[in-house]
Ligand binder design. Structure first.
Ligand code: GTR
Length: 427
């Protein structure tokens, strides 16, 4: 009998998880978006008006940062410096002589554990110190460009036949498969460098916590981070900061002009990296959606409950308390965007990417604007979204392009134009 009850219990909880995860019907009807009040980013949690940048930096910014760290992405439990870095390959005449290619291993050692990630860099040969886009890739460094010299990571990768990934390993077949989304030559021709890392090298994108960087901070017997500690997104963001530690040492890079970029879950990561590390001179969120730029309280497309069920390892466990309870959030994702002020921020959506809630992404940028204005910077001037394919380029920039969830040449053209105007010229 006991066994039967146990069996039925297990069966029921499986059914429950399954139902929660997969019987979710997203709302795509604007008229069904619930009524909610947007928290003013310039009023502190105890009701004080924030009237100048000094108060913002002293009171409001730290409390918002603290809220997101403890309740959304999770805190990094300690510090770990790079143990050593090594340029494992370079060529000053890459891309037909246009670029200097470098592949740099960044190594961490602690208590007998070792972790490393490899940064692939292309730097324009016509610049002494290049401004640079830094971003993670999903399919290995060798997927971003058709260049036979790029090393293939031997880390775990999610199987994907069309991208040449089998037995959880990348293969030669994945070389260049994402080149359209990276536009390396366009970036180089515009005078920027590119640095990219396979995100799985910091933490494999799986619902477990025994591999990647998390265990480096465990005390004896600990198996997963505490409820207010980092999930995978915060771990990936941490990795971007360590990449920045290296870039600051690289004399070919202008480390005062490093723009952190990310698409989708890696767009969420770029935003959190930009919020937590003020060395990033600019931040690009490409289709970052729920838990990224999109307002959670709209519950349009992906919701907090759905994302926590489908990807239980991405956020701090504390974030679960907002499942089907978005209204309880004392600040929405516009507060995250405001943490990037006054540094330039680009939020981009795609028309068919309704899952990521383009309007919610736009509105978050709009509601973060008052913080930019405190610094005399221009953000999003009105609640009205620009037309499709008509970028709005200010310190806070936004576009919605035709097409789906992706990074395209059009996206990069806008990022470069905005970086020229807002990051490089305005510095
Ligand atoms: C989806 C997820 C989104 C987005 C996307 C991605 O499945 O629901 O939040 O992050 O993955 O990263 O490609």
């Amino acid at each position: 009998m006991k066994k039967l009850t146990l069996f039925l219990g297990i069966l029921l909880s499986f059914h429950f998880c399954y139902a929660q995860q997969f019987e979710f019907t997203p709302n795509y009807d604007e008229s069904k978006v619930p009524q909610f009040k947007i928290t003013n980013p310039l009023i502190s949690f105890n009701g004080r008006k924030i009237k100048n940048t000094k108060r913002w930096e002293k009171v409001r910014r730290p409390e918002l940062l603290n809220f997101f760290a403890n309740n959304v992405y999770g805190k990094v439990p300690g510090e770990l410096e790079i143990s050593k870095w090594e340029v494992v390959e370079e060529n000053a005449n890459a891309l037909n002589g246009k670029a200097h290619r470098k592949q740099v291993d960044i190594v961490f050692n602690k208590d007998g554990k070792t972790l490393f990630f490899n940064i692939l860099m292309y730097l324009p040969n016509n610049k002494e110190k290049a401004p640079l886009f830094l971003g993670y890739n999903f399919y290995g460094n060798h997927a971003v460009c058709q260049d036979v010299k790029i090393r293939i990571p031997d880390t775990w990768a999610r199987n994907n036949e069309s991208y040449g990934i089998s037995n959880n390993q990348f293969t030669e077949k994945s070389r260049g498969v994402r080149k359209d989304s990276w536009q390396v030559e366009k970036i180089i021709d515009s005078g920027y460098g590119l640095a990219t890392i396979y995100y799985g090298e910091i933490d494999p994108d799986n619902n477990d916590f025994y591999n990647g960087i998390h265990p480096f901070f465990y005390v004896d017997g600990q198996q997963r981070p505490a409820a207010n500690e980092w999930g995978a997104i915060a771990a990936w963001a941490w990795g971007l900061s360590r990449a920045m530690d290296y870039l600051e040492q690289d004399s070919d890079v202008d480390a005062t002009k490093v723009i952190v970029f990310g698409h989708s879950r890696l767009g969420k990561t770029a935003l959190w990296a930009g919020a937590t590390d003020e060395r990033f001179a600019g931040v690009i969120s490409n289709n970052s959606g729920c838990g990224g730029a999109a307002l959670s309280k709209r519950q349009y497309g992906e919701t907090v409950g759905r994302i926590n069920n489908a990807f239980p390892h991405w956020f701090a466990r504390n974030f679960i308390s907002y499942n089907k309870n978005e209204k309880a959030l004392p600040i929405d994702q516009h507060g995250l965007l405001a943490l990037i002020a006054p540094r330039p921020l680009y939020v981009a959506s795609a028309e068919d990417d309704r899952w990521a809630d383009p309007r919610g992404e736009f509105l978050a940028a709009y509601y973060a604007t008052s913080v930019y204005e405190l610094y005399g910077k221009k953000g999003i001037p009105s609640e009205e979204m620009p037309q499709v394919n008509q970028p709005l380029i200010n310190t806070v920039a936004y576009h919605i392009r035709t097409g789906g969830h992706d990074v395209t040449a059009f996206d990069w053209e806008q990022y470069i134009k905005w970086a020229d105007e807002q990051v490089v010229k305005n510095f």
